[in-house]
Design a protein. Structure first.
Length: 565
């Protein structure tokens, strides 16, 4: 997930919470609308923003509040439903945008409206419908006096603001309507007690839910408040159906065969899950449950924004440490203290091979398991910097308990932050060697030799093919004749030229080994086993062993330059 997306979620959360605050502090519809358009314009960075409300009797939608609009005609614009971008969005079908409004043939144009738009010099228009409880009440629009294509994240942001703003507007309209109807009730006694009771319950529920989200945005607290209002247990499941939270015993929650009444929880064009009851609710109960779902989305967004901010902070810290940036000691101390580390700590660097698509899950588990750790996805692996001497034991135990294969390169501890870039390189080389050899375990990068560096280069494609071409005649000969000259040469060089040891490892007669060595000399030329060619041939065979797999007999020792612990 990129830093831009994380920041947009945080900005969106602030707008949603500001709107929610207005709901508790303001009852004036115009004040709420003005706050919404002003914040929407600011978060998208548009020239203007405005909100329209639908007039079902006239079959049109009209601009109720705007920010950045300069001409009176535009501020008072009324648009038939289905006409122009505003009229099209206000039908409630989907968000829509155009970067060349006056020339866009896909938009239904009205000549009078086009003249008003031309006078305002508007070129780009994008908007999302305001919907609440399945009803379309208007549209939230942003516009530019230049050609601009809004990114999908910006469209989703405006759409999510529109969804939450619709609740705020609906609440304000309901409050005004409630006040008006209360006056009529006092005068005419025609309002039913049931409707008044439902409106009161909804307002009270909204107040309590908003307080819960803003004071301590815990989704379980939101569900608990909802359970008290509905007198029914609530269950929150993610998009895959897994239970995230419940007001009942989790064991009992898993026994619920089908949700009685379910409402989807969505935010920023993403389905976060569903909240459902154990029994079927009536229309009033469903309306209350929808309120609970809206605030559950706010709580989940807040938690995600906090986690994203924490992950971004770890990424930035590790990126600076591994880049060799010379950070002032006091500043580094303040930043590291957030995760329980100190600038003077002796640190280990660990490079972990994990599925990058599940990296967030690994980070959540390892954060509490390893202790005193910062971690982030770095290049093609998960990078950990830890001051815990018990990191390896805890890492092995955690991976074993989750059934995850463990493949990690490590280096350290280092005594100063300036040594971390080199430690990270050694840990990465160790991990690359394990991946090339297809071996699990923890390999200490401080024990690496030249062979492992070559293996990592070969894995990443950084080793020129010409450097291992010298042993190709052996491999070709073995492939054509089913011989075993490459492996014989490999162990001959591994055992410092001991014919007896090679014969023992390959279960051959010594004369057979000598005959093979003679054939190898014919194919590779004289001096293949003497300096300086001996080292080149030996390293080339090591690399080819990792690439094509020179088979080792039972009892043979692995390469002696370092092994997983």
């Amino acid at each position: 997930m990129s830093n831009t997306l994380r920041r947009s979620r945080e900005d969106l959360l602030r707008v949603l919470l500001d709107t929610a605050t207005d709901l508790t502090a303001l009852r004036d519809v115009e004040a709420v609308l003005q706050a919404i358009v002003r914040r929407t314009r600011a978060i998208v960075g548009a020239d203007m923003a405005y909100i329209s409300l639908n007039d079902p009797e006239r079959g049109d939608t009209y601009i109720r509040q705007s920010d950045g609009v300069t001409t009176p005609a535009y501020r008072a614009l009324r648009m038939p439903l289905g006409v122009g971008v505003l009229g099209q969005v206000a039908t409630g079908l989907a968000p829509f945008q155009t970067s060349e409004y006056l020339d866009d043939a896909s938009v239904v144009h009205d000549p009078e409206v086009d003249e008003i738009v031309r006078a305002e010099a508007v070129e780009t228009i994008m908007g999302a419908p305001l919907t609440v409880a399945g009803r379309v009440i208007g549209a939230l629009i942003v516009a530019e006096r230049r050609s601009r294509r809004f990114e999908p994240e910006e469209v989703s942001c405006v759409e999510s603001i529109a969804k939450q703003a619709a609740v705020a507007i609906d609440n304000s309209l309901r409050f005004e309507e409630l006040a008006r109807q209360a006056e009529l009730l006092n005068a005419e006694h025609r309002r039913s007690a049931a409707e008044l009771q439902l409106a009161t319950r909804m307002l009270e529920l909204d107040r309590r839910l908003l307080d819960a989200v803003m004071v301590s945005p815990d989704v379980r607290r939101v569900l608990t408040i909802g359970r008290g209002a509905l007198d029914d247990d609530l269950y929150l499941r993610d998009s895959s159906g897994a239970l995230l939270a419940a007001t009942a015993d989790p064991a009992a929650a898993d026994e619920v065969p089908e949700p009685g009444t379910a409402v989807a929880i969505t935010a920023a064009a993403e389905t976060l899950g569903t909240v459902h009851t154990g029994s079927v609710l009536d229309a009033d109960g469903r309306a209350l449950l929808e309120r609970v779902a809206v605030h559950a989305a706010l709580a989940l967004l807040f938690a995600r924004a906090e986690e994203d901010a924490d992950l971004r902070g770890q990424y930035e810290l590790i990126d600076e440490l591994l880049s060799g940036t010379d950070l002032p000691h006091d500043r580094l101390e303040r930043r590291m203290r957030r995760w329980g580390l100190r600038a003077d700590d002796r640190l280990w660097c660990v490079a972990l091979d994990v599925p990058l698509a599940d990296a967030r899950r690994y980070q959540q588990v390892l954060r509490s398991a390893v202790g005193r750790t910062v971690m982030t996805v770095h290049s093609d692996h998960l990078c950990l910097l830890t001051a815990s001497p018990e990191w390896e034991r805890r890492l092995r135990a955690t991976f074993a308990s989750h059934g995850w294969p463990l493949r990690a390169g490590s280096a350290g501890p280092v005594a100063a932050p300036g040594e971390l870039p080199d430690a990270h390189r050694r840990a990465s080389l160790a991990l690359g060697s394990l991946i090339t050899l297809d071996r699990d375990g923890v390999l200490d990068g401080d024990h690496l030799g030249m062979v492992h560096a070559l293996l990592d280069l070969a894995r990443s494609g950084g080793l020129p093919r010409s450097l291992t071409r010298a042993v190709d005649p052996l491999l070709a000969y073995d492939d054509e004749r089913g011989a075993d000259l490459a492996r014989t040469a490999f162990y001959y060089l591994e055992t410092d030229g001991s014919v007896a040891r090679v014969a023992e490892l390959l279960h051959l007669h010594r004369n057979t080994v000598r005959q093979r060595l003679t054939r190898i000399g014919t194919l590779l030329g004289p001096g293949w086993d003497a300096s300086p060619r001996r080292l080149e041939t030996h390293l080339a065979l090591h690399v080819r062993d990792a690439q094509v797999g020179l088979r080792r007999p039972v009892g043979a020792s692995p390469t002696p330059s370092g092994r997983p612990r």
